[in-house]
Ligand binder design. Structure first.
Ligand SMILES: [Zn+2]
Length: 155
């Protein structure tokens, strides 16, 4: 996908289709539609880099990253849904290796647990696994599909 981590420049591209989007704030009351792919975005995230101890991988994004709120946990201040949104948009870690839906959900789980949300960690891990996943889900639920392995040149 060619995403670089946090370059310090505001993210003005649609995470789904790469089309340029106006730099303005979105909120649930004032969402913004990408005219390239039709995706709706409700939030702009602040730049962050997160390292998963479980998987030994980084995921990061720049200021203003458009987020659609698909994880459904946005009323809680947490890094978990932000990381999950980005992982599902890309289906990749920063090093351009693919991840599965399970890995996206477990990463969300790890962050929630670290933040002290023991019950939500379990509930949202399951909810995102069953109903979410985006491109991570396309790569495979628990294991990479043969198609995903081929796409990434893995055997
Ligand atoms: Zn788009």
């Amino acid at each position: 996908m060619g995403y670089i981590g946090n370059t310090g420049k505001p993210q003005t591209l649609c995470p789904r289709c790469g089309k340029v989007m106006p730099m303005r704030d979105f909120t649930p009351r004032h969402p913004y539609k990408c005219f390239g792919c039709g995706a709706w975005y409700k939030y702009r995230l602040k730049a962050h880099a997160y390292f998963s101890d479980r998987y030994g991988k980084w995921v990061s994004w720049g200021d203003g990253y458009p987020s659609d709120g698909a994880t459904g946990a946005h009323d809680l201040y947490s890094l978990s849904w932000q990381v999950h949104d980005v992982l599902c948009d890309r289906g990749e870690w920063d090093d351009c290796t693919p991840l599965t839906n399970w890995q996206a959900s477990m990463t969300l789980h790890d962050i929630l647990l670290h933040e002290g949300h023991r019950l939500l960690a379990v509930l949202w891990m399951r909810a995102t696994l069953w109903f979410g996943g985006g491109k991570a889900r396309d790569n495979g639920m628990f294991w990479l599909t043969a198609e995903a392995k081929e796409r990434y040149g893995l055997e």
